[in-house]
Design a protein around this ligand. Structure first.
Ligand code: UFG
Length: 332
């Protein structure tokens, strides 16, 4: 089977590329390398430096490589940035998805799995969050992901493109060999930033607020390992092809960990004291986000391999020790 992965040079996309290749899928990748790294793309994939908004190039890849299904990751994903430059997010995320759906329609490719986000829900008080929770995004990033989902719904009705939207909670960790992992520039995510302390790249980790209404006062998140996340994409792809029915699933672990708990777990994994200092709250951070993934477990038969945050952090630690400077695009 031939699969096109958009955004295949990004953190999540590059793991999808590698894992699909291991399962003997034929993998084509498009990525404009605006935030991704060519070094992270497995050399066995067919790589095209193509922007998802470039319709004729996308159609060419879909037809030339006889693509059967698309997994769509290409998007900007920084909540803070999305509040400063929302139109950049609408252009890449919403316009990019629109062009991709047009290209799929013209090339007669009818199945897509795509990355949505817990950010579509906004600030909620009832945990865990199920898929029928009302979506009220509180930032522009979440709003673009919800717009992408809605667009898929209408493209399904009009053009018969069947989709599965996967709403990720906090994706973390690295491929078990340490070959690829999370590398953003600038880095904003909690685990890579914590691990920069034992790597000697920063003196301390900042805790963004300890006055939230949580047991230790720091924000609680639901961390899901990248390999478990990709497994769910493969199951979703097979499901949407098999049933020809569109659907939406949360992907998380169902367990919440506070920022302080993540720092403490990282101290144990890295055997480093990791100095932490409390700073002010980061704008837009909900106090708690915990997923119910029961629907994915039940309907996709999704079984997670990583069930504790220590093993998730350990995989990230392995990657960061092997790639102290992250990835680059020098060879592009
Ligand atoms: N945090 C700190 N210090 C840091 C970095 C983060 O205390 O230096 C805290 C944040 O305030 C937050 C938690 O650690 O409470 C996790 O922060 P991340 O930036 O790692 O992740 P987010 O929960 O903000 O964002 C994630 C995804 C987004 C997605 C969002 C859904 O990365 O793409 O979940 O709400 F939109």
């Amino acid at each position: 089977m031939n699969v096109l992965i958009t955004g295949g040079a990004g953190y999540i996309g590059s793991h999808a590329v590698k894992i699909l290749l291991e399962r003997e899928y034929n993998v084509s990748v498009i990525d404009n390398l605006s935030t991704g790294y060519i070094d992270s793309v497995d050399k066995r994939a067919k790589f095209y430096n193509v922007d998802v908004r470039d319709k004729s190039s996308v159609i060419k890849v879909l037809l030339d490589d006889h693509i059967n299904a698309v997994i769509h990751f290409a998007a900007f994903s920084l909540v803070g940035e999305s509040m400063k430059v929302p139109l950049k997010y609408y252009d890449n995320n919403v316009q990019g998805t629109k062009v991709l759906l047009e290209a799929m329609s013209e090339a007669n490719v009818k199945h897509i799995v795509f990355s949505s986000s817990a950010a579509v829900y906004g600030e909620k008080t009832v945990m865990p969050i199920t898929e029928d929770t009302l979506e009220i995004p509180t930032n522009a990033y979440g709003e673009t992901k919800l717009a992408m989902e809605k667009m898929m719904k209408w493209a399904d009705i009009a053009h018969g493109i069947k989709y599965i939207a996967l709403r990720y909670f906090n994706v973390a960790g690295a491929f078990h060999t340490g070959e690829i992992g999370e590398s953003h520039n600038p880095e904003t995510h909690l685990i890579p930033l914590i691990l920069q302390v034992p790597l000697g790249k920063r003196n301390n980790i900042s805790i963004f607020g300890d006055d939230y209404d949580t047991p230790d006062g720091t924000c609680i998140r639901d961390y899901i390992h990248i390999e478990d996340l990709i497994e769910a994409h493969i199951l979703a792809m097979l499901k949407v092809i098999d049933t020809n029915k569109s659907d939406i699933f949360n992907l998380g672990s169902g367990a919440g960990f506070s920022v302080l708990e993540m720092i403490e777990a990282s101290r144990k994994v890295s055997e480093h004291p990791i100095k932490a200092i409390v700073t002010g709250r980061r704008a837009g951070d909900p106090a708690r986000l915990i997923a119910s993934s029961e629907k994915a477990e039940r309907e996709l038969k999704w079984i997670k391999k990583y069930n504790d945050v220590s093993s998730i952090i350990a995989s990230a630690w392995k990657f960061h020790q092997l790639h102290k400077e992250g990835f680059s695009n020098e060879n592009k």
